[in-house]
Design a protein around this ligand. Structure first.
Ligand code: FMN
Length: 463
């Protein structure tokens, strides 16, 4: 039998605790995002389709990206109990310097397309959070502009070795002069991957106004307001005459780059040098033996070779081969701080985020990137506490099992018995285991190479 009473006003008042409404719409929007996927949803709402798809999309059937994300979902963590972890220290050492957390911002091309603050927002947010920021060769803010946005933090530069070598060398020298401490030499882009969404959207650089883009702009007035009222959207370090992204990449990149180029860049670059886009054990070993300061296991966020190996899956074997002291980093598919924790536990020294940063940028400029970093920070911290670990150094392979979904399907028992005699059995997998376009030309801006007229790419084909 329940005893009832009249509600007491004082008790009712206690229940009625209204929060002060947040008047800043951007902050309200961003605070409501609890995960990177939430930021992605906001980004999609606020960004024109062609720009969102350029960021969100990958190559061909986009299988590499989906598999990479699935591999992170297929992590099983093994916590220790009764281990006090009241405070966790997320800081780490990477490539001769500190980082407040075990991740940095990956290089991304054409970043101001996503949101006009672009690299300035990324570099500023990274600097404030104490993590490194990487500027792409195909960035939309100059080397010096990034330095100004992140004057006291760590800036890294990503280099594409282009057909016109002097452009690349000039950029590397400029980045070194501006105090960038690490060079990422990207090697997974001999030709452009087939970004089918871009083709279907008719996406080109610079963006063209068509009837479709105008219709698509109607519900996204702020993006267009930013686009039309801020400095022209263009590559900051290269000048081009336009074309699709694929045409621009094919015109600029040299498919014949080799270890000789690595040796030349090492001579030019005074700081640390890491090779980005490594995708097997043998290359990892060869590069580490050749004395590079680190490697980044990456398939370019699934934007180049579709069905490429999942970088996170390569980690255990690569680390075993090159040794736990070598600087092995990983990217592709990171959408949660727990993905970062799992990577570190399996031997990565550091991780990079591409889209997770860009979703934040599209969702709310600089504040959006701050939100991305805050979400990842709290996820890393919580995962470590739940594992019973209080520092990055304490994370070990025993904390993680990689579960595997992509194994050959076993034949049903009856059918297997019928066919056993006639067919050999499939092996069982075990867990753990351009041509240049005349439409597009490139040249360096703001250095000696800029004064030379850009030759049509076709006539610059390597001897
Ligand atoms: C829109 C976009 C542009 C990119 N541009 C470059 C680039 O210019 N140079 C480069 O080395 N990698 C580039 N990447 C790859 C990233 O550096 C990184 O390897 C990848 O985004 C990691 O995967 P994630 O997006 O799943 O985190 C780009 C990625 C995206 C999404």
């Amino acid at each position: 039998m329940v005893t009832r009473q009249l509600p007491k006003p004082a008790e009712l008042l206690e229940l009625m605790q209204f929060k002060k409404p947040e008047l800043d719409a951007r902050k309200r929007r961003l605070d409501a995002a609890l995960t990177i996927y939430d930021l992605r949803k906001i980004a999609k709402r606020r960004t024109p389709k062609a720009a969102f798809d350029y960021t969100d999309g990958a190559a061909e059937g986009e299988l590499s990206l989906a598999r990479a994300r699935q591999a992170f979902e297929d992590v099983e963590f093994h916590p220790d109990v009764l281990r006090p972890a009241e405070r966790v220290d997320l800081s780490t050492e990477i490539l001769g310097g500190p980082s407040a957390m075990p991740f940095g911002i990956a290089p991304t091309g054409f970043t101001r397309l996503m949101q006009t603050e672009g690299e300035v927002a990324g570099a500023g947010a990274a600097g404030a959070a104490g993590i490194p920021f990487t500027l792409s060769t195909l960035g939309t803010t100059s080397i010096e502009g990034v330095k100004a946005a992140n004057p006291n933090g760590r800036n890294w530069f990503q280099l594409y070795v282009m057909r016109d070598r002097e452009i690349s060398y000039g950029l590397a020298r400029r980045a070194a002069a501006a105090g960038f401490d690490t060079l990422q030499f990207t090697v997974d882009t001999p030709v452009a991957g087939a970004r089918l969404r871009d083709k279907r959207n008719g996406f080109s650089i610079p963006p063209q106004l068509t009837l479709g883009t105008i219709v698509n702009a109607i519900p996204r007035p702020w993006w267009w307001y930013d686009f039309l009222t801020t400095p022209k959207l263009e590559f900051a370090s290269l000048s081009t005459t336009g074309g699709t992204v694929g045409e621009l990449l094919d015109a600029a990149m040299d498919p014949t780059i080799s270890y000789d180029d690595l040796a030349i860049i090492r001579d030019i670059w005074p700081g640390k040098i890491v090779v980005k886009g490594v995708q097997n054990v043998a290359d990892s070993k060869r590069l580490i033996d050749a004395g590079v300061d680190g490697i980044i296991l990456s398939n370019h966020g699934g934007r180049q070779l579709d069905r490429a190996p999942i970088p996170f899956r390569l980690l255990p074997e690569v680390v075993r081969e090159v040794g736990r002291d070598a600087t092995v980093m990983v990217d592709t598919g990171i959408m949660n701080g727990a993905d970062i924790v799992a990577s570190i536990a399996l031997g990565a020294k550091f991780t990079l985020i591409g889209r997770a940063y860009l979703y934040g940028l599209m969702a709310g400029g600089r504040q959006g990137v701050d939100r991305t970093i805050a979400i990842l920070r709290s996820e890393i911290e919580r995962t470590m506490k739940l594992l019973g670990v209080s520092s990055i150094a304490e994370l070990e392979p025993r904390h993680v099992t990689q579960l595997q979904r992509l194994v050959p399907v076993a034949a049903p028992v009856a059918a297997a018995a019928e066919t056993a005699a006639s067919r050999p059995r499939a092996p069982r997998a075990t867990a753990g285991s351009a041509s240049a376009s005349a439409a597009a030309k490139t040249a360096a801006k703001g250095d000696a190479a800029a004064s030379r007229p850009a030759k049509p790419a076709a006539s610059r084909a390597k001897a």
